[in-house]
Each structure stands twice: as structure tokens, then as C-alpha cells.
Write a protein that binds this ligand. Structure first.
Ligand code: ZN
Length: 68
């Protein structure tokens, strides 16, 4: 099984980084949060404006944070 690839922006840098653990987010991670994938050429800023998100974190990281 292939490891999920991080979502990259047009310059090849990770588009989203988990605010909890600092690891790049993959498309699987976004799906788990119930978020859509960014469109081709959509910037992080455009995506966050459209989806009303500010920062993202892994579903598992968020759960850990909420648990204390
Ligand atoms: Zn994380």
C-alpha cells in the first residue's frame, strides 16, 4: 500500500501543515476532517476563505488535544 502523499501547492511545498504535530497533511487527512480537496491552482488562502477554515490538524491530533 502506498503511503498517502502530502498535498502540495504550486511551488511544491506542503499546502497544509498540521498545527498540532507540524506534519504535512494528505488528501486522506482532509477527507477525514470532512473537507474537500483544493481545486487545481487554488491557493491555501483561497481554499481557507472558501471553506471557512483557518488552520487544519489531523483528526487524530485534534482528538488527542480535546482529550487533554
Ligand atoms: Zn498532526
Amino acid at each position: 500500500m502506498n503511503a498517502p502523499q502530502p498535498l502540495l501547492d504550486r511551488s511544491g511545498r506542503p499546502m497544509f501543515v498540521c498545527r498540532a504535530c507540524g506534519e504535512p497533511m494528505t488528501s486522506d487527512d482532509l477527507f477525514r476532517l470532512g473537507l474537500r480537496l483544493p481545486d487545481d491552482g487554488e491557493s491555501r488562502e483561497e481554499y481557507c476563505d472558501a471553506e471557512l477554515v483557518d488552520e487544519v490538524e489531523h483528526e487524530s491530533c485534534g482528538r488527542r488535544a480535546r482529550a487533554g
